[in-house]
Design a binder for this molecule. Structure first.
Ligand SMILES: *Cc1c(COP(=O)(O)O)cnc(C)c1O
Length: 217
């Protein structure tokens, strides 16, 4: 599907929800995609991209930034503490703030560097053992701790369990954000971004629908 077809679907979903499509950022998730495909999307004028690995982002994006102005790079994958500084230098937005140790490390580095990307707290809405994110019951306290560290928390992010109705998770995330006074909601991927928009998503993370299937071979 072309980027403009996705944009049309975003606009239609926003209209159905009585929302302004301009308040929804379409993040083109370019992980694992060949540079030529990413380059095409850049040439079409799109500027918001997502990567899930620091190493891959570091290899790809400094070069694209030198070629194209105005890129916003989002890191949407789990972040190892020892890659925090590199991640903070590379990304404009990090969606995976998910534990106290990472918050403390980010706060220290933000002090040292005098800058910090915008942050989203990842919530493990499905309470899955294998998934990153704070548990819903711990979210309020963790958000407050991050704010006490002066971290620029803009919103919340979730990845619903694959075998459950995503809307329930989107609604839960929206509820936790609202009671914490956060306006950003990073939720919705290729298969479910329209229902995420209906439930208030401000950032949708769409990969395969834009770029085609990822070839991990
Ligand atoms: C890969 C990825 C996406 C995009 O998934 P698609 O199904 O290809 O749209 C979104 N969010 C995260 C966190 C991802 O890792």
């Amino acid at each position: 599907m072309s980027l403009s077809e996705i944009a049309t679907r975003v606009a239609a979903a926003a209209a159905r929800a009585g929302r302004d499509a301009a308040e929804i950022e379409l993040i083109a998730v370019s992980k694992v995609q060949p540079d030529a495909r990413v380059q095409k999307v850049l040439e079409s004028g799109h500027r918001s991209f997502g990567e899930n690995k620091v190493q891959e982002a570091a290899g790809k994006w400094p070069g694209f930034r030198a070629q194209f102005d105005g890129i916003t790079l989002h890191l949407i994958g789990p972040l190892q503490t020892n890659k925090t500084r590199q991640a903070m230098q590379l990304a404009d937005v990090i969606h995976t703030l998910d534990r106290p140790k990472l918050a403390n490390t980010m706060a220290r580095i933000a002090q040292e560097e005098g800058a910090c990307p915008d942050l989203f707290v990842q919530v493990n809405t499905g309470e899955e053992d294998q998934k990153a994110g704070v548990l819903p019951a711990e979210a309020d306290a963790f958000i407050a701790d991050c704010q006490a560290l002066d971290l620029p928390v803009k919103g919340l992010m979730c990845i619903p369990p694959v075998d459950e109705e995503p809307s329930l998770h989107f609604a839960l995330l929206a509820k936790i954000a609202a009671r914490n006074g956060l306006s950003g909601l990073s939720m919705g991927m290729s298969a479910d971004f329209e229902s995420a928009i209906a439930l208030g998503a401000t950032h949708i993370r769409v990969g395969s629908a834009i770029f085609g299937a990822r070839d991990y071979g």
